[in-house]
Design a protein around this ligand. Structure first.
Ligand code: CIR
Length: 253
C-alpha cells in the first residue's frame, strides 16, 4: 500500500513564503480545511496517510514534499533552498526513519523536493533558485547506484519548482503545462498537455488510475478524464497564495 507523509498547517501559515504578498491575505482556517480535503482525497485513492503535528516556528511546514525525496527504500532528506525552511527537516527525518533508510543532504547542497520528478528509472531535477548543482550531485550519489538516471532540467527563472509546471502520471506519462519547459527535455514520454491559462493545474497527484487536481480547471480535468483517470478535485486557493499546490503537501512512497 502507498503511504503519504503530511504535516498539519500551523496557525503561523499566514507568514509562509510567497513571491508576491497575497491580497487578500491567507485565510488560515480555510487553508486548514482545504488541507483536510486533500488528506481525504489521498485516502479515497487508497493511500495510507500519516500527518505530523504542525510546527508554529515553521510557517511553510505543510509543504513537506520539499524536505525529502523518497524512492524505494531510500529517503534523501534535503537541505531546502530557502534558509527559513531548513528547520522543517528534522521532524521529517525522524518520521521517515521508521520506514526507510535516511540519507541527509549536507552543505553546500540545496535542493527542494518540488524540483524532483521520477518517471520510471529517470529522475528529472529542476536546477532552480532553490536547487543547486551540489544538491543534484548528492541526489545522484544516493540514487545512481540503485539504477536511476538523474537528469537536470533548466527552469525558467519565474518557475519556483519543476513540479509547478509538470507532474508524473505513472508509467511514462507526464502532465505538462504548455509554453513552460519543452517536452523534449523529458525524452521519450507521453504528454498530456495543460493549456497556458490553466497552468496551475499542471501540478497534480496521480495514484494508479486516480488523479487529484486543483479545483476549477475544467480543461485539465477533461484531458485527464479522457486519458482514463478518475479525477478528484480539491480546493487549493489558500496554499496557492503561499506559492504551493498539491504535490507539495505530501511525500508519497
Ligand atoms: C516556499 O516558497 O518554499 C513555499 N511557500 C511554497 C513551497 C511549495 N512547494 C512545492 O511546490 N513543492
Amino acid at each position: 500500500m502507498l503511504r503519504a507523509l503530511a504535516r498539519y498547517i500551523p496557525a503561523s501559515f499566514g507568514n509562509a513564503l510567497s513571491a508576491t504578498p497575497p491580497d487578500p491575505p491567507i485565510d488560515v482556517e480555510l487553508a486548514q480545511r482545504q488541507h483536510l480535503r486533500y488528506m481525504r482525497a489521498l485516502a479515497e485513492c487508497g493511500v495510507a496517510v500519516t500527518t505530523l503535528p504542525a510546527d508554529e516556528a515553521c510557517p511553510d511546514c505543510v509543504f513537506v514534499e520539499d524536505t525529502a525525496v523518497v524512492i524505494g527504500r531510500t529517503a534523501v532528506v534535503t537541505r531546502p533552498g530557502a534558509p527559513s525552511r531548513r528547520a522543517e527537516t528534522h521532524a521529517i527525518a525522524v518520521a521517515l526513519d521508521a520506514w526507510v533508510d535516511v540519507i541527509p543532504m549536507i552543505e553546500p547542497a540545496t535542493l527542494d523536493g518540488g524540483d524532483v520528478m521520477r518517471v520510471g528509472d529517470r529522475i528529472f531535477v529542476g536546477r532552480s533558485a532553490r536547487t543547486n548543482d551540489d544538491g543534484i550531485a548528492q541526489l545522484v550519489a544516493a540514487f545512481a547506484p540503485q539504477g536511476y538516471t538523474v537528469i537536470p532540467v533548466e527552469l525558467p527563472p519565474q518557475v519556483l519548482h519543476l513540479k509547478c509546471v509538470v507532474s508524473p502520471l505513472g508509467g511514462d506519462r507526464i502532465l505538462l503545462a504548455d509554453d513552460s519547459i519543452p517536452a523534449a527535455a523529458f525524452g521519450s514520454v507521453q504528454v498530456v498537455s495543460v493549456a497556458v491559462e490553466e497552468a496551475y493545474a499542471a501540478n497534480c497527484v496521480a495514484i494508479g488510475d486516480h488523479v487529484i487536481v486543483p479545483e476549477g480547471f475544467p480543461h485539465t480535468h477533461a484531458a485527464l478524464a479522457a486519458a482514463g483517470f478518475t479525477v478528484h478535485e480539491v480546493p487549493c486557493s489558500e496554499v496557492r497564495k503561499a506559492d504551493g499546490s498539491l504535490t507539495c503537501q505530501s511525500i508519497i512512497f
